[in-house]
Ligand binder design. Sequence first.
Ligand code: FER
Length: 542
Amino acid sequence: MKKLLSLVAAAATASALAASAPVCVNAEDEENYLLSCSFESGEEGWEGRGGASVENSSKEASDGDHALYCSNRGDSWQGALYKLDSGFKSGETYSFSANVMYESGKDKDLYHFTMQYDLGGETVYKKIASANILKGRWAQLSNADFTIPSGADDVSIYIETEKGSGSFYVDDVKAASGGTAISGAKGGKYILGDVNTDGDVDVYDFVSARKLIISQDGDKSAPINADVDKSTEYEINDLVLLNNFLLGKIKEFPDNTPEPTVTPFDYEANKQFKEAPGDYFNACQQQGKVTKESYNGIRGNKSLYVYTPYDYDPEKQYNIFYLMHGGGENENTLFFQNDTMLQNMLDHMIMNGELEPLIVVTPTFNGSGSEAGNFYEELRASVIPFVEGKYSTYAESTSEADIKASRMHRAYGGFSMGSVSTWAVFQNDLDLVGYFMPLSGDHWQGSGAYGKAKSLADAVDKFGYDTNQYYIFAATGSDDIAYPNINPQVEEMKKMSQFNFTSDFSQGNFYFMVAPGKTHWWGYVRHYVYDALPYFFHETGE
Ligand code: FER
């Protein structure tokens, strides 16, 4: 009864309200809200947009005990949506507010509170409010003067992100008549100098900043708001700059952002098999070069091939990908066989901007004493030092320290027995390699699916890496003879905290792509390389 009364009162005071109240308005609401979603009693009419899921959650809340949790997002525009009812009139101005929070991924992320409507036969998307919000902090997205354009029909509001597909929480979504100040979460936004993250830059931030400098782990615990010069580290210079800013000696902070060593990438969270265009296997007008090299390593004299991209410049640094052949094949397989023609594919991908120029090496596990399962020893002792001493990669020298320091610019993959060698490289050389592409082959260490997965997880723990410091893009065909071997291993890995399953590597580190109907053949597998390789080398591991 109380609920009904408050709705009636709200309808009486706000002229723009329709007879039927929105699902969200409930008994606790103050009377001047046209909409108020507290999520204390379910999803309250909200739905997933474009395939995302929404559910009521009691894990987090900006107010009360519940919030709306939005997950299973495949893309940045998939989010949480609410259809406004006819109480909201086109041509009228409203005040909108929503609190948003996310728990994992980047330190800050750009969120949008967006309106969607039909106008003159077209769907229009218009940002109500946007903010760069800090990970783990509730932040308010609000706009007190937002006009729904005249003629707009079928109006919805939703929360989305600029990039990525991470999960987030929404709480306390409110609307009132235009000009109404709606209070929401305070602070929680990326504002340079807002060290205590309360939403203002003032002397209290200087007090917090000074405390952080004095404390032992100040650099680690400082919010990114304290790194006012964007150097990626919080240090004395930031404190001095904040002081000068507060005293009015400087009007803005200098930008000391370091030169990026990786490029950003718009990952798909659920990457599906896609064949390379047919002409990618014909000769390209901008050709790289394939050079045969011989080296004398721990398993004797052997050959390998090195692909250098079109316009290779030894003064520049290149990412490097070691790609291993399967059983009964050799170092020639990848570049000189009709069902591979990898050079042409790489040339086209690079020419068309799908892949940054990189070096690709095809070694072999053939040779006396050498086999797929122990190639990791030769990779460490002989192959990487030989190749990267001669070609320009991110390794500053061939010392083990410099090879380790450049591991996020190094990938290893392989097909069939080459995939067996890839899992072994993961288990034994994780300190040298950051990205892995096992194709149509399982791990041959550990017993049973669980044992295989466990031996990989144990390796992670032994080396001591965090989940943002190694990435696996595995693939095979649904009709591949190796599928029944890999799939159970993948299912066990998914249950382990070391592996977070998604192809959005800004959110997780492990993916398994299954190509419908494909069998155990390079003619298919080369397309997995086409799909997976662009996903590598975009994470810093920091
Ligand atoms: C597998 C891993 C490797 C697999 C086959 C191989 C059938 C290689 C076989 C060969 O080269 O003979 O999971 O599944």
